[in-house]
Design a protein around this ligand. Structure first.
Ligand SMILES: C[S@@+](CC[C@H](N)C(=O)[O-])C[C@H]1O[C@@H](n2cnc3c(N)ncnc32)[C@H](O)[C@@H]1O
Length: 439
């Protein structure tokens, strides 16, 4: 059942543009998989997505047809089989081959099962002497080796250089830690860790982020008492760092323009000791419920929600906020570890982003009071959506200037803007730019 469910998820991602995490959740529930089967299913889906280009390279070596000319479900079946043979030591090759042949039989295409059998058997026979990836073209080599699209590798090479690009790409295929941010309005990290231990969840203090725990052995956290009672919420340190950089204080008024599902609004309300106002907005009315439910669970009274398009001016908000946060919609290339399928999204949708980001920033800036703060952030690492957007904004808005901020060591003081990188900071890839409206 795990393999069939994994196949359904991969097909949904490819044909309906579904996100793997949401499709996984839905399909695991639909198939009513046990905890163990669900874990294998997740491992298969994430493993295939993280290694897709490399798997295709090996499949192509042993297949009489070009893999991209095969019927798409057949490609997915071959990738699932190849992943098990090359990466899952506990699955015997025979089981990987036979289960893949069974999946192909369900396709009711005569030759599909035979082809899957032939390709996977050859792969299994040769797995200790796999062909070398051609390395004449550096970007192509790295793209296949680490299964990241070639266009992204080409963009990264001049920014990071060869060695660091390789480290970044390898990091993109690792499992990110699960980090709990403590609701310090309610409890402490120590008490939360003790409560989690009682329920079998291991928690250790984050090496440098205050009031933050690294979790393992979590399973489904929603059933854990410490979660239900609002002791913490799950958020990467990078996201909380952006709120720390804003310097929001108790009693202030904050507007979170692109707020759903609410992580930064929660971080801000907690940083303010739940005193003041956080107006959490999103263009999608249906997403506000997540913010509302999260705030209720955490017992945060200072958060209000409303649906708005951040590009459209609301006269009643002009100059009214101490802090306006634009955590803009973006390509998400900084969270490839969590969402491996982001790397395969169409380029045109990614590069439409800067126009939307700038439109939201230009409009939201009008809501900042004189002397107040405008914080622009994204969970991506490319300058097109980061420095180029904030620099473009600053060059046309002389009433704003970039202002330094200080974050916990080892990050320290930043000169107004910074990019966090997964391989350097062990956080999500993230951009923070802090600007102040001249008084
Ligand atoms: C990066 S996510 C925000 C994450 C959130 N700040 C958090 O920390 O949980 C971007 C959000 O912007 C919203 N969005 C997209 N276009 C928008 C617009 N024109 N106005 C307001 N929100 C928008 C999306 O619905 C999405 O929820």
């Amino acid at each position: 059942m795990s393999r069939e469910t994994a196949l359904r998820v991969l097909i949904a991602c490819r044909t309906n543009g579904a996100w793997a995490d949401a499709a996984l959740q839905a399909q695991i529930k639909r198939a009513a998989l046990s905890r163990r089967d669900a874990a294998l299913c997740s491992r298969l889906v994430y493993g295939v997505l993280q290694n897709q280009l490399l798997l295709d390279f090996y499949i192509g070596t042993y297949c009489s047809q070009r893999p991209d000319h095969l019927q798409p479900p057949l490609q997915d079946i071959l990738r699932l089989g190849a992943y098990q043979i090359l990466y899952l030591e506990k699955v015997p090759d025979s089981a990987a081959v036979n289960s893949s042949v069974e999946l192909a039989k369900h396709m009711k295409r005569g030759q599909a099962a035979g082809l899957v059998n032939a390709v996977l058997r050859k792969l299994s026979q040769n797995k200790d002497r796999l062909p070398a990836i051609p390395d004449q073209d550096e970007a192509k080599y790295l793209s296949i080796r680490y299964s990241h699209p070639k266009w992204l590798v080409k963009r990264l090479l001049p920014i990071l250089g060869r060695t660091e690009t390789e480290v970044f790409l390898a990091c993109g295929n690792t499992q990110p830690p699960i980090t709990a941010q403590i609701n310090t309005c309610r409890t402490t990290a120590e008490r939360t860790a003790e409560a989690l231990a009682v329920e079998g969840v291991r928690a250790e203090a984050h090496p440098w982020m205050p009031a933050c725990l690294l979790l393992s052995g979590t399973g489904d956290l929603e059933h854990v008492e410490a979660f239900q009672s609002g002791s913490f919420y799950i958020q990467d340190p990078a996201a909380r760092l952006s709120v720390m950089a804003s310097g929001i204080k108790p009693g202030e008024r904050m507007l979170d323009v692109c707020a759903a599902p609410g992580g930064k609004s929660f971080a801000a309300a907690i940083q303010m000791g739940d005193r003041g106002t956080v107006l959490a907005c999103d263009i999608h009315q249906n997403k506000l419920k997540r913010i509302h439910d999260g705030a209720a669970r955490l017992g945060l009274q200072s958060i209000e929600t409303t649906a708005v398009d951040g590009r459209i001016f609301r006269a009643e908000w002009e100059g009214r906020f101490d802090l306006v946060l634009v955590d803009a919609p973006c390509s998400g290339l900084g969270i490839i570890r969590k969402k491996p399928d982001i790397r395969y999204k169409k380029l045109d949708s990614l590069f439409a982003m800067p126009v939307i980001q700038r439109a939201i920033l230009d409009n939201a800036a009008r809501y900042v009071r004189p002397g107040g703060t405008l914080l622009y952030s994204t969970c991506t690492i490319l300058p097109e959506e980061n420095e180029e957007v904030s620099d473009g904004f600053l060059s046309e808005h002389p009433e704003f200037l970039m202002t330094p901020f200080t974050l916990p060591e080892p990050i320290g003081t930043c000169n107004g803007r910074m990019t966090l990188w997964p391989h350097r900071h062990q956080t999500d890839g993230f951009y923070i730019c802090r600007m102040t409206r001249r008084p």
